[in-house]
Each structure stands twice: as structure tokens, then as C-alpha cells.
Design a protein around this ligand. Structure first.
Ligand code: BGC
Length: 506
């Protein structure tokens, strides 16, 4: 190893500083191809609410049973939970590339099964398969992208997968809106998702396996060939040196139980899974799944307007994610998440306030619901709620959307990256399921104002969680992150401070 290539030396800083998001089209191409997994994730979670309207038309038994309707919606989340957990293991045992191809095949088969379903039970089976595929993709895409990213743009590249998720949601709302008047289209709406899965599968056949996974599996020559496509010769030497320092646990892939055996892995998993819990329990999917309902609760009665507003919410979510991609490697994960949460807390208070004013004015007989036409006590409450919703998305999307996925793709040591990332994605899907399944019942029980207040309380706890537990990983190499956990677990030195200064101070 030459002096110039020592990580943290000023020479390495020169090479590192020159890497930007757009500077390597090959890496960007790999990222976008892997991000098709995110697109499937977003499209699948968004399209079902629209498709369900037509499924009910075709299957009377579904129309009659809210249990069947709920099962059709939530079976994909159940599949995703299982897919994420199993997918983590597949990632470590068989590699990121094979895991992606597996996700695509299962997803495509699931989409075609739904498209051809003769009855609701086959449809539910198709939803389960599609969920399995989405679950595997939700762990694989961030890990694959993180492992091929130069560390100084890793956050932005992993967040590109989140942009694909929000893009998929936008696309699905567009499809929902386009088909509002046409019956019998649900088969197309669900079946067409097989196409991106097939495209990704074909593209992946020509793309390299993750160099880090190859190295870990002792396929060093292949790993170096893959790295050579990503880095210029100076930087390549530095990256190979870093990789050769990686400690790989002997034997086969680690098991789920191994995660809990060592203190530093437990700590890293607690942090990663905690972020995933808070991403979901601050209510993003109550907004993504129920924004038309929330808009209607606020007094806008037209269906078309409600759907249009939810399309705007999805577009804002995408735009905000782009801001996140720009900021995550500039201000750091912690600052971005904390700023994001501050806005989320304020907007949840605004939403809660708007609905509280509505119910108290309804009780005192001043006005019946939040409305857009008349003013209520001098305040236009309907628009007040919509403002809360817009501020919520504008605050959430650059920070709490991408940061949990980015942090989870980079905080685990090589041998545990798949298994821990998968378990933590399972925690995300499980939390998603709980929040989505209980939101409307909690609203019925304690009212909309109280529900948003609870979410605000959770967001405050999330703020404290990030302050106390989440380390800053911006710009650090995987090896530095690994050292950081060891130091945290065993209390050896102020690693965070020294790593950041090693990285950024000449
Ligand atoms: C979350 C999804 C959510 C999406 C909304 C993602 O980061 O994991 O659950 O639907 O953001 O944009």
C-alpha cells in the first residue's frame, strides 16, 4: 500500500473529492438497474387500492367480504415480511445478483398469476408471491447498490432506490387515476408489473456480482475485475487494500441467531431496526395509503379531487427524495433525519390541530366539517389540513424516507450485511403492516386529531432515538463503520469523532 493511497491521507482525499453522483455513468446504470426492485416495491404497494375497486366488480364474494378485501391488500405485506427475512439469507449465501434474479422470477410469476386469477383465492396467492419478490428486492437492492458505491456518494446512490420506490408509487396512482372510469382493467393493472421484473432479470444477467460479496467468498480475481469497472486505477488500489483488510468469518453464511451473539452486531441491528420501526411508526404509509381518505376527512368530497391530491402527494414525495439524494452525502444521515423529523413533528401537530378544531367546532355547532368553501372560526380548516399533509411529505421525503434504508445498507459488517439487512427490512414490513391495518380503527376509536397526536409523540421519541443511537456514517468506508461499532460496543475511544476527522480534516 502506498502512502498516497492510505485512507484518510490527503492524497486519498483528492481522489475521493472528485467522485460525484453523476461522475460514473456505469455505477449510475448499475444503481438504476438494481433500483427496478424499488420500482416494483412502490408500484405494487400503490396499485392495489385502485385495482381493488374493479376486483370487487368482478368477484361478488370479494364485494361482500371486507375480510377478503383486507386479505387481498395485506397478503403482499405478509409475503414481503417473509421475503425480506429469507432474502437476507439468500443474499449472503448465494450473492446479491442471484437474490435479485430470484426476486424478479417470483415477482413476475406472482403478477401473471394475479393477471390470470380465476377466483379471489388464486389472486391472494398471487399477491403473496408478489410480496415475496418485493420483500427479497427490498433488502437486496440497497445492499447491492451500497456495495458497488464509492463511499462518498453511497448515501445518494442507495437513496436512488428510494426514489424508484416513490416513482413506482407515483406511477401506480397515475394508473389508478387513468382507469377510474374503465371496468375490468385490474388484470392489466396487476399483470403489467411483470414487465419491469423481466427487464431487470435480463439486465442482471449481464451485470457483475457485488465485488464485496465476491471477495468475501474468496473469488478475488472476479471481485477485482468488477471493482476495476467502478474505480479509476489510483482509487482501485486503495479499494483493494481496504477490502483485503476485511475480516471474513470462517465457515458458511451466518445464521439469524449469530446476530445476537456479539455485542457490536446486536448494537448495529438495534440501531438499524429501530430506524425502520420509526420510519413506519411516524405514519408515512397512513399518508401514502390513505391520503385520499384523509383529504376527504378534511371535507373535500369529490373522489376525483381526492385521487388527484394523492397524485400530487406522490409527486411531492418523489421531488423530496431527489432533495434527499442531494443532501444525504453533504449534511450526513443524522442531520438529515433529525431535520426531517422536526418538520414531521410540526406537520403532525398541524394535522392534529386542524382535525381538533374541526371536531370542537362541530360539537359547538359552528361548522360541520373541515371545509374548503366556507371558513370556520375565521380559519379555512380544510386547507389547513392539506397544508399539514403537504408539509408532512415535504419534511419526511428527503430524510426519514431514504435515511433508514441507506443506514441499514452500510452499518453491518460484511458477513452480516444480508442477514441483518433482511431482518431489519422484515421489521420495516411488519411495522408497515401494523400501522396500515390499525390506522382507520384507531381513528374510529380516538378520532383523527388524537391519532395524529400519537404519531407526533412517536416522532419525538424517534428524534431522541437518533440523537442517542444513530452514528454518523457519511463518507465512511465499510471498514471504518465496522470499527465504529466495535468502539461503541466496547467503549474504546471516541471513534465517531476520530473517524470523521480522519475522513474530513486534512
Ligand atoms: C418506505 C415505504 C413508503 C415509502 C413512501 C419508503 O422509504 O419504506 O414504506 O411507502 O418510503 O415514499
Amino acid at each position: 500500500m502506498t502512502i498516497e493511497s492510505l485512507p484518510g491521507s490527503s492524497a486519498s482525499l483528492v481522489t475521493k473529492k472528485s467522485v460525484t453522483y453523476f461522475s460514473n455513468p456505469y455505477v449510475l446504470g448499475l444503481t438504476i438497474t438494481a433500483g427496478i426492485g424499488g420500482l416494483l416495491f412502490g408500484y405494487d404497494t400503490g396499485v392495489i387500492s385502485g385495482a381493488l375497486l374493479y376486483i370487487k366488480d368482478d368477484f361478488e364474494v370479494v364485494n361482500q367480504s371486507s375480510f377478503l378485501q383486507e386479505t387481498i391488500v395485506s397478503m403482499a405485506l405478509v409475503g414481503a415480511m417473509i421475503g425480506a427475512a429469507g432474502g437476507g439469507w439468500v443474499n449472503d449465501a448465494y450473492g446479491r445478483k442471484r437474490a435479485t434474479i430470484l426476486a424478479d422470477v417470483v415477482f413476475a410469476v406472482g403478477s401473471l398469476v394475479m393477471c390470470a386469477a380465476p377466483d379471489p383465492y388464486v389472486l391472494i396467492f398471487g399477491r403473496f408471491l408478489v410480496g415475496l419478490g418485493v420483500g427479497v428486492a427490498s433488502v437486496t437492492a440497497p445492499v447491492y447498490i451500497a456495495e458497488l458505491s464509492p463511499s462518498e456518494i453511497r448515501g445518494g446512490l442507495v437513496s436512488t432506490n428510494v426514489l424508484m420506490i416513490t416513482g413506482g408509487q407515483f406511477l401506480s396512482y397515475l394508473v389508478n387515476l387513468a382507469f377510474t372510469e374503465i371496468g375490468g382493467t385490474w388484470r392489466w393493472m396487476l399483470g403489467v408489473a411483470a414487465l419491469p421484473a423481466i427487464i431487470q432479470c435480463l439486465l442482471m444477467l449481464f451485470l457483475p456480482e457485488s465485488p464485496r460479496w465476491l471477495y468475501m467468498r474468496n473469488k478475488k480475481a472476479k471481485a477485482i475485475t468488477a471493482l476495476a469497472k467502478i474505480y479509476d486505477p489510483d482509487r482501485l488500489e486503495e479499494e483493494i487494500d481496504l477490502l483485503s483488510d476485511v475480516y471474513v468469518e470462517p465457515g458458511n453464511s451466518v445464521s439469524y441467531f449469530d446476530v445476537f451473539k456479539s455485542k457490536e452486531i446486536r448494537l448495529a441491528f438495534f440501531t438499524g431496526a429501530g430506524l425502520q420501526v420509526f420510519q413506519q411508526f411516524t405514519g408515512i404509509n397512513t399518508v401514502m395509503y390513505y391520503s385520499p381518505t384523509i383529504v376527504q376527512m378534511a371535507g373535500f368530497s369529490s373522489n376525483q379531487l381526492a385521487l388527484l391530491l394523492s397524485l400530487i402527494v406522490a409527486a411531492m414525495n418523489m421531488a423530496g427524495t431527489v432533495v434527499g439524494i442531494y443532501l444525504i452525502d453533504r449534511c450526513g444521515r443524522r442531520r438529515l433525519a433529525l431535520t426531517s423529523l422536526s418538520g414531521v413533528i410540526v406537520s403532525l401537530f398541524i394535522l392534529s390541530g386542524a382535525f381538533l378544531l374541526q371536531s370542537s367546532s362541530a360539537r359547538s355547532g359552528i361548522c360541520g366539517s373541515l371545509n374548503t368553501q366556507g371558513s370556520c372560526g375565521g380559519t379555512n380548516l380544510g386547507w389547513f389540513a392539506v397544508l399539514g399533509l403537504a408539509l408532512y411529505i415535504a419534511s419526511f421525503s428527503p430524510g426519514m424516507g431514504p435515511v433508514p434504508w441507506a443506514v441499514n445498507s452500510e452499518i453491518y459488517p460484511e458477513t452480516y450485511r444480508g442477514v441483518c439487512g433482511g431482518m431489519s427490512a422484515t421489521v420495516n414490513w411488519f411495522s408497515n403492516l401494523i400501522v396500515a391495518q390499525t390506522f382507520l380503527s384507531v381513528v374510529a376509536l380516538i378520532g383523527t386529531a388524537g391519532t395524529f397526536l400519537i404519531l407526533a409523540g412517536i416522532a419525538i421519541v424517534a428524534f431522541a432515538f437518533i440523537i442517542f443511537f444513530v452514528p454518523e456514517t457519511m463518507g465512511l468506508s465499510f471498514e471504518q463503520v465496522e470499527r465504529l461499532w466495535k468502539d461503541k460496543a466496547w467503549g474504546t475511544g471516541d471513534s465517531q469523532q476520530s473517524l470523521l476527522s480522519e475522513e474530513y480534516e486534512p
